[in-house]
Design a protein around this ligand. Structure first.
Ligand SMILES: [Zn+2]
Length: 177
């Protein structure tokens, strides 16, 4: 199961699939993730376990960003101001991993989160119009209604979600034909 990388009920400033005209240049049908409008310095938590890959692209693209890679899934957490993990470090779900910011190509301080399903290290559903990025809004909404975890400790309400698993075609914006 995955969790939203921010606690509480963060405002989604750009949802999945929005602004198709803006994202055409990148080959996407729309926004390939979620933007959360949070102030610079907000703690970001790992949506799932994995290994950290830290990249700093400066003022372009995702800026200072973290990829959390696991055999079956990948999260990209972008436009950060600070990394709390180092490249190659193993991360557990719920760990604080970074602080939000406005680095890279950015309209203001926010956290961009892209989530993809992997199999044997390969991104699945790459032809879904978002290079495999998935709309996890339903799961995010569930998470936002409750504070499910702190530093890897899960509340009793979280246990039901922990046993859920995504199938290949779940939460896809466009079904693979
Ligand atoms: Zn974004």
């Amino acid at each position: 199961m995955i969790f939203c990388p921010l606690p509480g009920s963060p405002t989604i400033t750009q949802g999945f699939g929005q602004n198709p005209d803006m994202y055409k240049q990148y080959g996407f049908d729309g926004h390939n993730g979620f933007d959360f409008g949070v102030p610079e310095g907000t703690l970001i938590y790992a949506p799932h376990d994995g290994v950290a890959k830290v990249t700093d692209d400066g003022a372009i693209g995702y800026g200072l960003y973290l990829v959390i890679d696991a055999p079956t899934r990948r999260s990209i957490l972008a436009h950060c101001s600070q990394m709390l993990v180092s490249d190659g470090q193993s991360i557990s779900q719920g760990d604080p991993v970074a602080r939000s910011g406005a680095s890279g190509n950015c309209y203001g301080a926010h956290l961009h989160w892209t989530f993809k399903i992997l199999q044997h290290g390969l991104v699945q559903n790459k032809d879904n119009g978002y290079d495999g990025a998935m709309d996890v809004s339903e799961l995010t909404r569930l998470w936002q209604q409750q504070d499910l975890r702190r530093d890897g400790q899960f509340t009793s309400e979280a246990q039901g979600y922990l046993t859920l698993n995504l199938t290949d075609n779940q939460c896809l914006k466009r079904t693979v034909t």
